[in-house]
Each structure stands twice: as structure tokens, then as C-alpha cells.
Design a protein around this ligand. Structure first.
Ligand code: B12
Ligand code: SF4
Ligand code: SF4
Length: 381
């Protein structure tokens, strides 16, 4: 018979706190309560191109498949304070916007190292304990187990929320052979609020905790590899890596203090022409070991092109025309063409016509043709 090890909870919580994990919860392993929801979400196509979720589904729905000895999941929350957002006109200054979670060193590496330390504490506390640590990338329904462990409640924006920390925290977990009694789940405190649903720029959030990743800016700018549907581009504003809108409008986050100190404009609101022109080497030097690495040079430049178009600022024409003429990636050239098509400026039209004569890629030529039609419509109005 297995031992109940509740007396260890306080020790583990204290060790977690020393390592910087302000939240720590314990959930016995069972079938995840919302497994059916996940299946339906996948069947409805809401995962967009994230095939890895479907591939790892059996493990997500049955954690002992990941680790046979697992009896519980210890979940931790690691806070990150969003910085203040400088009050600048991004259209005028050609500035993109990066989601707060992606600033600074990559949280996967930071948290994994700390979780491994916590796991080694567990084996000191109880000999023979088997542990496996995860942050984000494993086949674990992290919010499910964090909610079951009493760390937060599911907000309507699908993020996990806590009364004191809002949703500005990452999750990580240890699958453990130890057993604990269940924690009480936190009550839902969204109430009648539905701000996140109303304010999502692309209507990606639906009632009933559904996020349609096909529409979500976070998905489009980070995970999506191909062309961004033209109908969504104008709604992306200047978000070029992730999106914080459904968190920023949340009253539980709004009331929290932001990070102190002068805002780091260059990190939070990078200059778009510079990002569009980054070489592979420059991208590596600037973003290796940060979360932004995941977008790759091509993805970030694609996103920068879209945001430059959304500035509608004639000052964006020169950097976009250069990308259309010279970027090695057809994806980037195509998005530069699309962006030029929405800027009402004779230079944009000239750049598109010149590129049309020499562009070898049929998809980019298609973008140029569509952009020229858009530019002509703009000139008539
Ligand atoms: C895939 C993924 C994404 C995708 C899809 C997001 C999504 N909502 O599914 C995209 C790329 C869009 C994304 C975006 C973001 N992500 Co993300 N993402 C993940 C990842 C890898 C898997 C999530 C998953 O399994 N989705 C599948 C869906 C079906 O699961 P779910 O939305 O969690 O749904 C659950 C609930 O809705 C619940 N449920 C369903 N019905 C009901 C009914 C009731 C009554 C209740 C109570 C619950 C409930 O059941 C579901 C299963 O648990 C997790 C890490 C992980 N391994 O879990 C990080 C993770 C969820 N992401 C995270 C973050 C920080 C973000 C962003 C904020 C980043 C940004 N600023 O751009 C945005 C937020 C967008 C949003 N509103 O969700 C954090 C969230 C932390 C937190 N406090 O919640 C995680 C946990 C990573 C981490 N380790 O910290 N993400
Ligand atoms: S991250 Fe942005 S686009 Fe995605 S659901 Fe939230 S507000 Fe909508
Ligand atoms: S904005 Fe309102 S509905 Fe959305 S998560 Fe926050 S409290 Fe819940």
C-alpha cells in the first residue's frame, strides 16, 4: 500500500518558494477531467497546425504513459511581471510589440533548471522518489493539472488565473511517484465578466473556454510557419511575437503593479525596419536563448512586414520595398508585398510594379498582384 505523504507538502512548498516558484499545487493522477473537451477541440480544428498536440494526445490523457511510476503531479507557478508599456505612437515610430512573457531569457531553460533542483529535494525528502520535470513542451495538459492542484482557475481567456498574481505566471510540473491528498480547486472568479472575449482583436476566443488557434495572434506569430491569411493581417496591429490583449484587459491583471524602472522600449517595442532586415547571423546573435528564437528569422521578418503594413505609414515603404526586392525568403517577400499594398503611397505602387517584373516565385507574384489591386483601390478612394 502506498504511503500518504501530506506532511511533505509544506517542505516542498517551502523549497519551491525558495527557488522562486510562488505557487505550488498537488494533484493525484487520474484521468484529466476535461479530456473530452480536448478531443473535441482537436476534432474541430482549433489546434490549427499544432499537430504535436494530437500526436501526444494519448499521453496527455493518460500521464502514466509518460512515467509508469507517476502517482501525482506537483505543479508550480513562476511569476513574470510585465513591464510598463511606453506611451508612444507605434505607427509613427514603426515599432512592433513583443508579448511580455518573451522578454528576457527563455523561461523554459530557467524553470527547468529550478525544477530539477526541486526534484532533487524530493529525493532527499523521501528516498527512492522518482520524478520527471516538464515546462511547456511535454505531453502534459499543464493548466488542467495546475487547476486540479489548486493553483488557479480557468479564465474565459483560457489562461489560468490567481487572485493575487492574475495570469502573469508560467507553469511547470514534476510528475512524481509520491502520493498526496487532493487540493481544493479554486472557485471561478470570472463571474459575468467577458472582456477578454469582447476585446480579442481577431475573435479567437469563444464562450465555453474555446480558443481557436487558427485566429489567435499568438499562434500566428509564434507557431504558424506559412502565410498568414490576408484577412487576419490588418487585425494583428503591431503584435510581432505573441499577444497579450486578452491578459491585459483582464481586471485581475489590470489591478496588479507592473515592473518598476524605465521601460525598455527596444525590447518591448522593437524598431520594425531593423527586424525586417535582420540576417540569419544577426537574428541568432540577438535572439538565441530567448523565447523569440522559436519564430525563426523568417517568421519574425514575416511578422514585422505585416506590422509595417499596419502602420499605414509611408516611412515603411523603403524597408518593405527592400525586403520585397532582396529577402531570400519567398514568405517574407510575399508579406512585404501584401504590406505595401495597404500603404497609400506612390512609392509603394512603384516598388510592387518593379518587383512584379522580376519575381521568380509564383506565390509571391500572386501576393504582388493582389497588392496592386489593393493599391489601385486605395488610389481611387
Ligand atoms: C498550445 C499552447 C498554446 C496555443 C493554444 C492555446 C490554448 N488556449 O490552447 C497558442 C500558441 C495559441 C498559445 C498561446 C498562449 N500561450 Co500557450 N501553451 C500551449 C501549450 C503548449 C498547450 C496548451 C493546450 O494543451 N491546449 C489545448 C487546449 C484544449 O487546452 P486548454 O486551452 O488548456 O483547455 C483546457 C481548459 O479550457 C479546460 N476546460 C475546458 N472546458 C472547461 C470547462 C470548465 C467549467 C472548466 C473549469 C475548464 C474547462 O480543459 C482544457 C484541458 O485542460 C501550453 C503548455 C502545456 N503543455 O500545457 C502553453 C501555455 C498554456 N501557454 C501559456 C502562455 C503564457 C501563452 C500566452 C499567454 C503567450 C502569449 N502572450 O502570447 C498565449 C495565451 C493565449 C490564450 N488566450 O490561451 C502558458 C499559460 C500560463 C497560464 N497562466 O495560464 C502555458 C501553460 C505555458 C507555460 N508552461 O506556462 N499557447
Ligand atoms: S492571445 Fe490575442 S489573439 Fe489570442 S486569444 Fe488572446 S487576445 Fe485573442
Ligand atoms: S477578462 Fe474577465 S472573463 Fe476574461 S479571464 Fe479575465 S475575469 Fe475572466
Amino acid at each position: 500500500m502506498a504511503f500518504r505523504l501530506d506532511s511533505l507538502k509544506d517542505h516542498i512548498r517551502a523549497a519551491a518558494r525558495r527557488l522562486g516558484f510562488e505557487l505550488c499545487g498537488f494533484a493525484p493522477l487520474s484521468s484529466p477531467p476535461h479530456g473530452e473537451f480536448v478531443r473535441r477541440w482537436l476534432d474541430d480544428g482549433h489546434a490549427a497546425g499544432m499537430q504535436y498536440i494530437e500526436r501526444g494526445l494519448a499521453k496527455r490523457l493518460d500521464p502514466p504513459l509518460v512515467m509508469l511510476e507517476a502517482r501525482s503531479i506537483i505543479t508550480v507557478g513562476y511569476r513574470y511581471l510585465p513591464p510598463p508599456v511606453p506611451a508612444i505612437d507605434w505607427r509613427e515610430q514603426l515599432r512592433g510589440r513583443i508579448a511580455a512573457y518573451a522578454l528576457g531569457p527563455d523561461y523554459h531553460a530557467v524553470m527547468s533548471a529550478k525544477l530539477r533542483e526541486l526534484a532533487s529535494c524530493l529525493s532527499h525528502l523521501k528516498e527512492g522518489t522518482v520524478s520527471r520535470v516538464y515546462v511547456d513542451t511535454g505531453p502534459i495538459l499543464e493548466r488542467e493539472w495546475a487547476a486540479a492542484g489548486g493553483i488557479g482557475w480557468f479564465g474565459k481567456n483560457t489562461n489560468l488565473l490567481h487572485t493575487q498574481h492574475g495570469s502573469w505566471f508560467f507553469l511547470g510540473e514534476i510528475l512524481s511517484s509520491l502520493e498526496f491528498t487532493p487540493e481544493a480547486a479554486l472557485p471561478d472568479r470570472c463571474g459575468a465578466c467577458a472582456r477578454c472575449l469582447a476585446d480579442c482583436p481577431t475573435d479567437a476566443l469563444k464562450p465555453g473556454y474555446v480558443l481557436d488557434a487558427r485566429l489567435c495572434i499568438s499562434y500566428l506569430t509564434i507557431e504558424h510557419r506559412g502565410s498568414i491569411p490576408p484577412s487576419l493581417r490588418p487585425r494583428m496591429g503591431n503584435w510581432i511575437f505573441g499577444c497579450d490583449v486578452c491578459q491585459e484587459v483582464c481586471p485581475w491583471n489590470e489591478r496588479l503593479a507592473r515592473r518598476e524602472g524605465a521601460p525598455d522600449t527596444q525590447a518591448l517595442l522593437p524598431y520594425l525596419p531593423e527586424l525586417l532586415a535582420l540576417s540569419e547571423d544577426a537574428f541568432r546573435a540577438r535572439f538565441r536563448n530567448t523565447a523569440i528564437w522559436r519564430a525563426r528569422r523568417e517568421g519574425l521578418a514575416r511578422n514585422a512586414a505585416v506590422a509595417l503594413g499596419n502602420t499605414a505609414n509611408p516611412a515603411a515603404v523603403t524597408p518593405l520595398a527592400e525586403a520585397l526586392r532582396g529577402d531570400a525568403s519567398a514568405l517574407v517577400r510575399g508579406h512585404a508585398a501584401g504590406a505595401l499594398g495597404v500603404i497609400d503611397d506612390p512609392g509603394a505602387r512603384r516598388a510592387l510594379e518593379a518587383a512584379r517584373r522580376q519575381e521568380p516565385d509564383p506565390d509571391v507574384r500572386h501576393e504582388i498582384d493582389a497588392a496592386l489591386v489593393g493599391a489601385a483601390a486605395g488610389a481611387e478612394t
